[in-house]
Design a protein around this ligand. Sequence first.
Ligand code: CP
Length: 318
Amino acid sequence: MKQFLSVHDVQDIDALIQRALSYKADPWKDQHLGKNKRVGLLFLNPSLRTRLSTQIAARYLGMEVIVFNVDKEGWALEFEEGAIMSGNTSEHVKDAAPILGKYFDILCIRTFPTLVNKEEDYSELYIRQFAKYAGVPVVSLESATLHPLQSLTDLITMHEFWPNSKARPKVVLTWAPHVKPLPQCVANSFAQWVNAWGKADFVITHPEDYELDESFTRGAYITYDQDEALRNADFVYVKNWSTYRDYGKIYSNDPAWMLTEDKLSLTRNARVMHCLPVRRNVELSDEILDGPHSIVTHQAANRIWAAQAVLSEILQHM
Ligand code: CP
């Protein structure tokens, strides 16, 4: 693996899941793989899980880790080619990224979308500019349209709760209300990975006008009827996203879309997943989050093994 920006950088998803689970069983087994190697974690946006799990994963591999909060401590970066930098940006990524490539062996970057400029966001301008100019492998810690480390974690988690079975689980991605416009990254990425994995009957449900980009969802059955989607589900992945077509808007905040125990009774005792952070009693009810069906903590803990699997794959090919 030369970079990790999406599922397209993965040759064998099942092998990567197995690699992650092998680290879960024995975290220190490759502690010499990253000896004398340094990873930089650059955050242009906030994080709890991604930041900490990736640091832990890198340390299990014996790497030195440096975290840099670009948004708070760095110069304001310019990403546009040919920009006349007479505005608020102080340093071009063309100048910053090659320097970071000299400081680090692997560069991990978190950058959220603007939710204003759809073309810029969906071209993945920021992370692709880093990948273009850094000269070292780049790992996405969530980008404008995707969150591949989260999605790998999600598949690892579903695999654990559905092991070695010949039957295909029914996996439902359901939209949930939220108080502010959120990126489509987690939903796009989950759809992209579940479709590429090909081991589930995959259903997406959301209100009208919340369609995601088809390039990620193609292969899923999509319905506006949440009850229909939930019927006989084995996994329910809850997530809010803002509108894609009329970009970055909130069209609906209907609380009826929040998952409750009553709705969960339609499922086959489904496990409930969420990438976190979650707005309690807006996106997901207390009764679900604190109840026996929620596997969100288990899921978040698996972020370490997903990160370790990806970093180790890159280290092995350096
Ligand atoms: N799920 C996730 O990426 O969490 P953080 O934003 O806390 O990293």
